[in-house]
Design a protein around this ligand. Structure first.
Ligand code: GLU
Length: 442
């Protein structure tokens, strides 16, 4: 039975990078009828905030990425302590007392000598008496996992064959001096106990994976299938890390991006498959294969989300937006016509406010100097509303007969006079929605 998890730390809002991780894991679970766990990685009590837990759930719900279960690491601390004891009992866990400054100094020396900055395991050589002395002077140490210095290998679902020399990696700290359990071990214990079969995450976790594979084996379990997706960059290949704050899911939502535009893009971006708009998260399952994705950084351009959103809107039925139209002030009796007229002409749903304002309050007319007499003559021929489906053709025929104008020279000045814009919905459809025509009021 396939089990995947999305494991955000509730220390901020989730962004497009996190979304990629969430979506891939969700798709893998749904594709095989498995389980998708939302795991809150909240072992850091200072940085974890309840408001972010709520925000993450809200964002996933808005996207339609439903989870089968929520787990919280803060409720499982006893299990991590037990696993730590197990490693201690096996001699795979040791206490180290170097201060951050000392570690930094060691790293600098190693780098100066052209060596990789790997922890030198000095603490392993301490005698019991020396440890007791250091503990007395400095308080409790950190606990490091003693890696077996061999090659760690796995077949990555995206990156292919991976082989990492454990000697090139520092023994990871799994418990801080203040006793706080770190993600590296908590995640391993959870993945084992929750029966996680597939872990997809960003390629910034590749080294973690190497060490976690050893910890998993030390705890007597078999590692899940790992896959690491490439990190997102901006459209020019620039690092996105600094901008991720403005690429949060809620920020994109506030800017009017449609969830299916975002999901459709993210389910294919960076893969060999073209982006295709689908109408539900479930519909993205078909054709989704991790092996279609490449290792190269993936260019993400938020501007791509807007044409996709416009497409989504074009296919959105009234029922799905009725509430939003009511909020914009559109009366129920006019909602259907309004939506059918306007949905082809907006990029984001927020623009319905402007269109309804135009209908209800009228637009400042735009009249070119050379059209001034023509428009005045035409407006004199426009009867007072309300207008019907036939009003536009009746009116423009009358104007044509009176002025001799036709085609664009006839229609464009009238459109601009009535809507203040050169582009927009079909005028025959729009006219019955116009409650006020400012140009006619003089
Ligand atoms: N909390 C970790 C993160 O957000 C989870 C990584 C993982 O998927 O194991 O980076």
């Amino acid at each position: 039975m396939t089990t995947t998890r999305f494991a955000p730390s509730p220390t901020g809002y989730i962004h497009v990078g996190n979304l990629r991780t969430a979506l891939f894991n969700w798709l893998i679970a749904r594709k095989s009828g498995g389980t998708f766990i939302l795991r809150i990685d909240d072992t850091d009590p200072e940085r974890s905030k309840e408001e972010y837990v709520e925000a993450i759930k809200e964002d996933l719900t808005w996207l339609g990425l439903t989870w089968d279960r929520v787990e919280r690491q803060s409720e499982r601390l006893d299990r991590y302590a037990r696993a730590a004891d197990q490693l201690r009992g096996m001699g795979r866990f040791y206490e180290a007392f170097e201060t951050p400054v000392e570690l930094d100094l060691k790293r600098k020396k190693q780098l100066n000598m052209g060596k990789p900055p790997v922890y030198d395991r000095a603490a392993l050589a301490l005698s019991e008496a020396e440890r007791a002395k250091l503990r007395g002077e400095r308080g409790d140490g950190v606990w490091r996992f003693k890696l077996d210095q061999e090659r760690i290998e796995w077949v990555d679902g995206i990156l292919g064959d991976i082989s990492i020399d454990a000697a090139s990696v520092s023994d990871p700290v799994l418990i801080r001096a203040d006793g706080q359990v770190l993600y590296t071990i908590a995640s391993v214990v959870d993945d084992i106990e929750m029966g996680v079969t597939h872990v997809v995450r960003g390629s910034d976790h590749v080294t973690n994976t190497a060490t976690q594979i050893q910890i998993i084996r030390a705890l007597g379990a078999e590692p899940p299938a790992f896959a690491h997706h490439s990190l997102l960059t901006g459209p020019q290949g620039e690092a996105l890390s600094k901008r991720l704050g403005t690429l949060s899911i809620r920020d994109l939502r506030a800017r009017g991006v449609a969830p299916m535009a975002l999901l459709s893009l993210m389910a294919r971006l960076g893969s060999s498959q073209p982006v295709e708009l689908r109408d539900s998260p479930e519909a993205l399952v078909e054709g989704f294969e991790l092996s279609h994705f490449g290792a190269a950084p993936t260019k993400f351009d938020e501007n791509d989300l807007f044409p996709l959103t416009a497409h989504v809107l074009r296919a959105t039925p009234l029922a799905e937006v009725a509430e939003r139209l009511t909020a914009a002030g559109v009366p129920a009796g006019q909602a259907e016509r309004f939506w059918l007229v306007v949905r082809d002409n907006i990029t984001t749903l927020g623009e319905v406010d402007d269109w309804w304002k135009l209908c209800a309050e009228g637009a400042d007319p735009v009249i070119e100097d050379e059209d001034r007499d023509f428009v005045a003559e035409a407006l004199a021929l426009l009867p007072d509303g309300p207008y019907t489906d036939e009003s536009w053709s009746q009116w423009t025929n009358a104007v044509k007969a009176a002025t001799g104008r036709k085609g664009r020279g006839l229609f464009m000045p009238l459109r601009k006079a009535l809507t203040g814009q050169a582009h927009g919905p079909d005028m025959a459809q729009l006219l019955p929605l116009l409650q006020v025509i400012r140009a006619k009021q003089g």
